[in-house]
Design a protein around this ligand. Sequence first.
Ligand code: COA
Length: 324
Amino acid sequence: MSAPAAVIRGLGGALPERVVTNHHLSALMDTSDEWIRRRTGIAERRHSSETETTSALATVAAQRALASAGADSAGLLMVATSTPDKVCPATAPKVAANLGLRGVAAYDVSAVCSGFVYALATASWAISSGSVDSALVIGADTFTRLLDPTDRATSVIFGDGAGAAYLTAGKAEEPGTILASTLHSDGTGEELIQVPRRAGAFFEMQGKEVFSQAVSAMSDSVQTVLARAGWTANDVDSLIAHQANVRILKTVASVTGIPGSKAEIHLDKVGNTSAASIPLAMTNAGTKGHRNPGDKVVLTAFGGGTTWGAIAMTWPSMSVIDPH
Ligand code: COA
């Protein structure tokens, strides 16, 4: 018997209530709506309140992914986050308990903006190995709590949110199947994106260097999964890349030969939501009717660590709730 395929059955997203526009930020620091839109493509982002914790947002996203799949349990639950509620324990067991899933295997995956791709790939390996028959993969981050409010280079980019995918074992020809994945890291770049462990430390990013490494790492990993899936760039219906900067998304499309019009854009509404960015962009694509079941989709991310990777999959058959 062939190994089971990992098939996405549902998607969900959750966003904090508070919308922070570029105009709000222009009143607080030396920036402008024009600069932010032109250099990043972002128009607004969401900031979490005290009660909109990473676990709270993750729980809502997971509930919506379960509802989208018509499911009520999972054999494995991962929360990709670099902004857990507490340094320890992990956020995932709390989210599992919130969902009524006491006893389930639950743990966090820390790979910053690549976290969701890391967690989705490893969940697919767990399903394909026959170890579990279903998994909830959640990406959730609340980085705005760690930003220096006077640092215009980071404050304009990041927003908070959560997104989730629900997978079960199935057959490779089903829409929603994970067909290929590749994951990588290079710890020599650990200082490019970091929150140092010292009192009062803020999130720090070397934007220019991150930009160029993100383009080459994501482009390489997209090419790897295209080859593994047996697809050409022209076969791709949608490139859902980590939503960091619209110029990065367009450059990755151009380097890999995927038409720029196939790059899914969601950052205009939410900014860079780190591990939540890809599942939120997928959920948005699902609610806006951008995709059809069976479409060929490539996911790719780059983040702190540094870490990066890509996944080739077909678009699932499901309906999703709009988180906006
Ligand atoms: N508003 C206005 N001016 C700003 C600004 C802001 N928010 N942020 C920076 N600037 C200024 C700089 O001070 C600099 O001014 P100077 O030329 O007088 O020194 C100028 O704009 C250009 O700055 P630079 O840092 O070269 O801009 P950039 O085009 O590289 O854009 C980023 C900055 C952060 C938007 C861009 O580097 C980026 O998106 N990097 C990748 C970030 C990312 O993807 N992170 C997550 C990956 S997981």
